[in-house]
Design a protein around this ligand. Structure first.
Ligand code: DX5
Ligand code: ZN
Length: 225
């Protein structure tokens, strides 16, 4: 059965008080913590890497939903697993051998996800790939920066992957990332997403209150109102 989950993205957190911010979203009921790793090559920006993840791992029990926006992700699967990732999502566009990369994640005992950027069609994902992963991440902005506007043209991609999953892998998680707010969350839920990444919508303002608001919205769908 599909469960609806909230994954606040720490890219939008105040890094001067990162530990406290993570504690507040954890306490407020976040399901996952979305951790964006950028290499300045696959995407223009550079975010943070292993030492930061290792450090926050020691004070949080949240599921670390690590989103690798890096070239040749296969090089770093083991390292990010050891740093504390619980799930690792890499980009189809960035991997040399997609099935091998999924196997590497599995060999580390982690949940595997594959991401596609807005310009990549859902048809670029073979059935074999969808069957092998736990989650498909549909980027709803160009990867690389927080605070961008939701790209409407991605809505039909969410519906398309959910439809394909219904026939070959009904329990597939469909995650969305980028520009999700009070309005666009309705659009993505209706289209079939169930794991919702939110950066600015959670961390600008009161992160605990924002987490509670969105968590309630998702829990209502989980039937736990
Ligand atoms: C963008 C990142 C996102 C980002 C989303 O490349 O993958 O996770 O933090 O930020 P918002 O929710 O502000 O669009
Ligand atoms: Zn992300």
């Amino acid at each position: 059965m599909i469960r609806y989950k909230l994954s606040p993205s720490i890219l939008a957190a105040d890094f001067n008080k990162l530990g406290d911010q993570i504690k507040s979203v954890e306490k407020a009921g976040a399901d996952y913590l979305h951790v964006d790793v950028m290499d300045g090559s696959f995407v223009p920006s550079i975010s943070f890497g292993m030492p930061v993840i290792r450090s926050i791992r020691s004070s949080s029990r949240l599921f670390f939903d690590v989103h690798l926006m890096i070239v040749n992700p296969e090089r770093y699967i083991k390292t990010f697993s050891q740093c504390g990732a619980d799930g690792i999502t890499f980009h189809l566009e960035a991997a040399k051998d997609v099935m091998r990369t999924i196997s590497l994640i599995r060999d580390c005992g982690k949940r595997a996800g594959i991401a596609i950027s807005p310009e990549t069609p859902v048809s670029a994902l073979d059935d074999e790939v969808i069957e092998a992963v736990d989650m498909v991440l549909i980027m709803t902005v160009r990867p690389g920066f927080g605070g961008q506007t939701y790209l409407e043209e991605c809505t039909e991609k969410i519906a398309e992957i959910r439809k394909r999953a219904d026939s070959i892998k009904p329990d597939l998680d469909v995650e969305v990332d980028g520009g999700i707010n009070k309005e666009t969350i309705k659009t993505v839920l209706k289209a079939g997403a169930n794991v919702i990444v939110m950066g600015s919508s959670v961390f600008s303002g009161n992160a605990a209150d924002n987490t509670k608001y969105y968590k309630k919205l998702l829990d209502d769908r989980n039937g736990k109102a």
